[in-house]
Design a protein around this ligand. Structure first.
Ligand SMILES: [Mn+2]
Length: 336
């Protein structure tokens, strides 16, 4: 049997559907799209999927929507030469091209397709629906989307080169917080295959040193404004910082042993980001943020980690935000 040729794996299914659509092998261009405001896992997944599709003769364009203001992610993209292109609205010259969304799902509001043809979704987020498109591979039993894409390489019996392997390792590092949360068998299998192919130490250094001393005021404000309510810590930072800083703060506050849910809000600037974390299985960060931001913004993610933004047109007091999150915790945590 030829490698992969008759396999019924997900990647073979994807390429067969793509070749059907193009009317033959190597005859078209696909667009791969990360979730909006991509992170390391999304960038790694898009990159590694693109390189694998190219081996099947399919041309690929990598796109994202939103802003990358993470110094760490910018470094990864530069060093590993990941050709990610920012898009406003749709991809003008490839509007009818099949679009594959990775590490996100249009039903979870974090990835509206950038072409007119949503072809596929490869994702590991729970709490989202199955979109009506030709190909879906949604595995909530993977801690990272990178692990799913690493599985495609295995299915093809190929070993990624050093840069691709390093990117995939960084995706796993990011989403599992260095193997400390939601590590699943797929992540460990991928890690085992990629560890000595990629550069784990480079990845760790770049993913971990994501802050600058310029971020110190945000830390000061976050501590000063911390409010406690039961097992929740809520903090609204009244200055413009970054999505990454509030994510790190939300992770950090979860280290207090009395705290099970953290909410950190960047309440200044054009993009007012929110990060929510939960280490209580009965309280879903994704459900809490979705409920709390109803009609004033949007958010989504995983049960243990979620993010969102407040609509720029909305003006809302700290008191009202605090009340929304305490209410959302009560309302969504009903099955305790
Ligand atoms: Mn992910």
């Amino acid at each position: 049997m030829m490698a992969g040729a008759h396999s019924s794996g997900a990647f073979s299914r994807m390429t067969a559907l793509l070749e059907d659509h193009f009317g033959g092998r190597g005859k078209g261009t696909a667009v791969i799209q990360t979730h909006d405001f991509p992170d390391h896992d999304a960038a790694a997944s898009a990159f590694a999927l693109a390189r694998l599709l190219e081996k099947r003769g399919i041309e690929v364009r990598l796109c994202y929507r939103g802003i990358i203001n993470s110094f760490s992610l910018k470094t990864m993209i530069r060093d590993l030469e990941i050709p990610l292109h920012r898009v406003h609205g749709t991809v003008k010259d490839l509007r009818s091209a099949p679009c594959i969304v990775v590490d996100g799902n249009p039903t979870n509001t974090n990835a509206r397709p950038v072409t007119d043809f949503l072809f596929g979704v490869v994702d590991h987020h729970a709490n989202s629906g199955v979109p009506g498109c030709p190909f879906t591979d949604i595995r909530t039993n993977c801690g990272s989307c990178a692990a799913i894409i690493a599985g495609y390489w295995k299915e093809e019996r190929r070993v990624p080169d050093r840069k691709i392997a390093t990117a995939l390792l960084m995706g796993i590092e990011m989403d599992t917080d260095f193997l400390s949360r939601r590590v699943m068998k797929a992540d460990m299998d991928a890690l085992h295959r990629l560890f000595f192919v990629g550069d784990w130490e480079y990845g760790t250094r770049v993913v971990k040193t994501s802050l600058s001393t310029q971020n110190l005021p945000a830390f000061e404000e976050a501590v000063t404004h911390a409010r406690l309510q039961g097992k929740m810590l809520f903090s609204r930072i009244p200055l413009e910082t970054s999505q990454e800083v509030i994510a790190i703060l939300a992770d950090f506050f979860l280290r207090f042993r009395e705290i099970f849910v953290t909410v950190v809000i960047e309440d200044e600037g054009a993009e007012r980001h929110i990060s929510v974390r939960s280490r209580d299985p009965a309280l879903s960060a994704a459900l809490i943020i979705r409920e709390a931001l109803r009609d004033i913004g949007e958010g989504g993610g995983h049960d243990y980690m979620a993010g969102g933004v407040i609509d720029p047109a909305v003006s809302i007091s700290e008191e009202e935000l605090f009340r929304r999150f305490t209410d959302a915790m009560e309302k969504t945590g009903g099955h305790q």
